[in-house]
Design a protein around this ligand. Structure first.
Ligand SMILES: [Mg+2]
Length: 187
């Protein structure tokens, strides 16, 4: 399996205060299971990667806020965000992500130079074009790869967010300490 490509500038990494994650194709493989029995409501299932979950928690332990911004509305996404303790979970059916992220930055007094995003498709482009650290998953469309500074080695839904979290925290010089702390807290 190919490794990640690109470099994460330690100075850029050190400024990041907000990481924005897309859902479909980033936290999942982009597939959606839809099932229904006659006369009953359909149920939608997504498959999330458990290793991504700890990566998200480690970002937060380093003082980086993590937000979910999806262009689809899904109960499965709400459920997963709640499980991970992500308060900023936004699902816009029209995939208008830019105003959502702009408001999050404004509310916190942050700039685009303090934000990163992991995306895979065109709806992510307006944000990827603005953040200091635009990241593409390996399964991203060509337009997303074209604007990204770093690309994961594994695809969305297969630990791509964990891979990025590790790389970002390593570039900040915080990964080893957080791993040690995690183990010490459980010893
Ligand atoms: Mg997507």
């Amino acid at each position: 399996m190919p490794g990640p490509s690109g470099d994460i500038d330690p100075q850029v990494a050190g400024r990041i205060r907000l990481v924005v994650l897309d859902v479909d194709g980033v936290l999942t493989d982009g597939g959606v299971y839809v099932g229904a029995r006659p006369g009953q409501d359909a149920i939608e299932l997504k498959r999330f990667d458990i290793q991504d979950g700890l990566g998200i928690k480690m970002l937060r332990w380093a003082g980086i806020e993590v937000a979910i911004v999806s262009g689809r509305v899904s109960e499965a996404t709400s459920w997963r965000a709640a499980e991970l303790g992500i308060d900023e979970c936004h699902q816009d059916p029209g995939a208008r992500k830019l105003p959502i992220v702009q408001k999050m930055l404004d509310d916190r007094g942050l700039g685009w130079d303090e934000a990163a995003m992991v995306g895979d498709d065109l709806a992510d482009l307006p944000i990827l074009e603005r953040v200091a650290l635009p990241v593409a998953v390996s399964n991203a469309v060509p337009e997303v790869h074209a604007v990204s500074r770093w690309t994961t080695g594994v695809p969305g839904g297969r630990g791509a967010v964990r891979e990025f979290a590790r790389a970002l925290l390593t570039a900040r010089g915080e990964w080893d300490r957080l791993v040690r702390q995690y183990c010490d807290d459980r010893s």
